[in-house]
Design a protein around this ligand. Structure first.
Ligand code: ADP
Ligand code: MG
Length: 729
């Protein structure tokens, strides 16, 4: 156990005092520094403000040679170098802000071994001459800051970071130390692998920020809610995050009209205005800043008293990082999220646009985790820490809305017992879907074959919809009453806690949900089903009637996807209807009215159900100024009409061909005149059509794969668009 090496230890402590002027180390700093000096690789996750920089700056003073720091934030490099110089460390940086002359000067003194600490941006490593130069420098350590940027599983992946894989190869003898403030275990594994770290010393400092209070509130009229919150926290400095530039500006205007001098911050403002606003916030001249997530990197104001999220964040990592900007001084601070399920489809819409299957799946999983955080009746702190692989030891943290009892919870013990009884009666050998089929009394072949319609709980849950049960299953998983086992087709098992509840020795409460009533609305954790199931079934009925009348298969009328979208947005006018994907002009004329009528009737019959129809346009146009997306599609259309090919349009607009194909797809869906024969040879088009029809599905990937490289994604997308918008013969 005794790692002590007295002279080394003394030297390290002495440097801490004399060079940095600090009396003692923060947690983990000393052990990391020791390993680095002994030339061991290091991987360290430490919270923001935890003092990561010192871990590589101090060794720069002790080790012979240059410590090379790779950091993505060019804007911060100069400050860091100045700070190091101020401490008497000979430091320099190389990035794109320097001229060729300055760079070659720096190279010269580098080669002389006169620089102790060198900051560089990751893209340098793509330049062969840079690497050549660097190999002539006595490098003592590579320190990689914000190391999560190398992982696609991280929330801030930067392709430039992939260049860093070359370091281990080019400098096999030099230790590498990677630092980040946010890495799940999965991201950690990814970073260690990609950088080629060799049995690294791994540090995962606790992520717990005991002085932060976490809270989720139901989002209703969010601006009034923010105002109320600000009144309760008058004159305290804080950040309000919003998703789009428009909503930032709207909130700022609203607050100003109520006498609160809030400042905006988003990427659409001029650089001057942005830095002016950031400055006056940092200097306590303005207390409230309303910002998109563009704000915060590189702000280290220590007395931020609250961070409010007025819209649902895309994932827990970025949420945690943004909330982390509160209370760095260790004083109490609040983190408040306004949550509405109505925000889910907005994010979902963007996720659906991701063309890479893996990326899309990851993004969706992350969104579901975020929704879980907001909707489970489980200590928020426990959830956040659990997300980063940390087990919070207590059941009650005392500093979140759940633990302080300020949430509205309802008892769901009886429903939980119904669910778990079905799990028990089928010997814990089935997954969620089948259990729900049993309790909702579904008449499936599998149920009949297994005779599960004979067990006592069959049909015991028909008082609630399938979505409700799915949500409850999620809740039971989150609360550790049931667990899943097995890889691809996991089965449910009861935990000790679950058995207690089943036998009447425990209770389960769930948070009161936004939508109540027997007709279940979209449920937790299943963002993919963020449509109204009951309405969906009704619409299917309408479609079936039409299909029978016209002697065509139902999908010729509308695809399920289109009906689902209708069930999600409840369009009640022809113009709203025309915005649903898959409803072109012809189809609108033929079938629009029948579906609009059915939706109206449904909404009239169920007055409690709020339609999201009004929100459709809000997210349809994406973040940023509302017209942006429409305009950009029109721009593509203009170029197409001029006779440019898809590649030419892509090139002239500086966009990816896949984006242009998506624009054309939208235009085709909208019933615009797009002659795709100009883009795809008709013979090939027929072949692709045949592939879609024989494979009987509408995903692009199988088509492209099946064609063995002869069909591109863009071609498949265009042909699909035409097929889908074709009126039935
Ligand atoms: P991060 O982990 O977010 O990169 P920094 O390295 O920027 O954190 O450190 C945050 C602040 O803590 C800095 O102002 C730094 O000077 C200070 N700090 C770091 N280590 C110590 C220490 N041992 N004692 C006192 N202050 C420290
Ligand atoms: Mg840092």
């Amino acid at each position: 156990m005794n790692e002590g090496n007295v002279p080394e230890e003394l030297r390290i402590r002495d440097t801490l005092k004399t060079v940095f002027g600090f009396q003692s180390f923060r947690p983990n700093q000393e052990s990391i520094i020791k390993r680095i000096i002994r030339r061991q690789d290091v991987f360290a996750v430490m919270p923001t403000g935890g003092g990561k920089s010192l871990c590589y700056q101090l060794p720069a003073k002790i080790m012979r040679g240059t410590v090379v720091v790779i950091s993505p934030l060019i804007s911060l490099m100069k400050d860091q170098v100045d700070a190091a110089l101020g401490n008497g460390i000979s430091a320099a940086f190389i990035n794109s802000s320097l001229g060729a002359r300055q760079i070659s000067d720096t190279y010269r003194i580098l080669k002389d071994g006169r620089i102790e600490l060198l900051y560089i941006a990751p893209e340098r490593f793509a330049i062969p001459t840079f690497l050549e130069t660097l190999t002539t420098v006595p490098v003592s350590l590579f320190a990689i800051d914000e190391a999560h940027c190398i992982s696609e599983w991280g929330h801030d992946f930067r392709p430039d970071y992939l260049n860093l894989r070359i370091i281990r190869e080019a400098f096999p003898e030099v230790p590498i130390a990677a630092f980040t403030a946010t890495a799940t275990l999965k991201v950690q594994e990814d970073i260690v692998g990609r950088l080629g770290l060799r049995s690294p010393y791994i540090v995962r400092a606790s992520f717990n920020r005991p002085n932060l209070f976490y809270q989720v509130m139901r989002k209703k009229r969010v601006e009034s809610q923010i105002l109320q919150f600000l009144k309760e926290h008058a004159n305290e400095p804080g950040i309000i995050y919003r998703t789009t530039r428009d909503s930032v500006m709207e909130t700022v205007d609203f607050l100003k009209s109520r006498g609160i001098a809030a400042l905006p911050y988003h990427a659409g403002l001029s650089a001057e205005e942005r830095s002016r606003n950031q400055e006056s916030f940092s200097r306590d001249e303005a207390s409230v800043i309303v910002a998109t997530i563009a704000f915060g990197m590189g702000i280290d104001k220590s007395n931020v008293r609250f961070v409010v999220h007025a819209d649902l964040p895309k994932n827990v990592e970025s949420y945690y990082q943004e909330t982390g900007r509160a209370g760095r001084d260790g004083e109490p601070a609040r983190c408040l999220l306004f949550f509405s399920r109505g925000d889910i489809p907005k994010i979902r819409y963007f996720i659906d646009q991701i063309s890479n299957d893996d990326e899309r799946r990851i993004a969706l999983e992350k969104l579901n985790q975020m929704v879980g955080y907001a909707s489970h009746n489980l200590c928020r702190r426990k959830q956040l820490l659990g997300f980063f692989g940390e087990d919070y030891p207590a059941d009650v943290c005392g500093a979140c809305d759940i633990c302080s009892g300020s949430v509205e919870a309802i008892d769901v013990t009886v429903d939980a017992q119904i669910f778990m009884s079905a799990v028990a009666r089928t010997q814990e050998r089935f997954g969620i879907g089948h259990i729900i089929d049993i309790i909702t009394g579904a008449d499936t072949r599998r149920i009949r074959e297994l005779r599960h319609n004979q067990i006592k709980t069959y049909g015991a849950g028909t008082h609630k919809g399938k979505n409700y049960w799915r949500y409850l299953a999620d809740e039971l998983l989150a609360q550790d009453a049931v667990c899943q086992e097995g890889g691809k087709y996991p089965v449910l098992k009861l935990t000790t806690k679950g058995l207690d509840i089943l036998h009447g020795k425990g209770q389960v409460a769930a948070l009161k949900r936004e939508e109540s009533g027997a007709k279940a609305r979209p449920m937790a954790g299943s963002a993919s089903e963020a449509h109204d199931n009951a309405l969906f079934e009704i619409l299917r009925g309408v479609r079936k009637g039409i299909a029978e009348d016209e002697h065509v298969p139902p999908f010729i009328v509308f695809f399920d996807k289109t009906l689902r979208e209708m069930a999600r947005f409840s369009p009640v006018t022809p113009s709203d209807m025309s915005r649903i994907s898959g409803v072109g002009a012809t189809k609108l004329e033929r079938y629009g009215e029948a579906f609009v009528r059915a939706i109206r009737r449904y909404l009239d019959d169920n007055p409690g159900i709020s339609t999201q129809a009004g929100q459709y346009s809000a997210f349809d146009d994406g973040p940023g100024p509302k017209k942006k997306k429409g305009e950009t599609v029109e721009e593509t259309y203009g170029l197409f009409r001029k006779g440019l090919s898809l590649e030419e349009i892509a090139k002239s607009r500086g966009l990816a061909p896949s984006t242009i194909a998506a624009h054309l797809e939208r235009l085709i869906h909208d019933g615009r005149d797009v002659d795709i024969d100009r883009l795809i040879d008709p013979g090939k088009r027929e072949k692709i059509e045949a592939l879609f029809l024989t494979l009987q599905q509408w995903n692009l990937k199988p088509i492209v794969e099946h064609s063995e490289g002869t069909v591109t994604y863009e071609e498949a997308r265009l042909v699909r668009a035409c097929l889908l918008s074709k009126a039935p013969a």
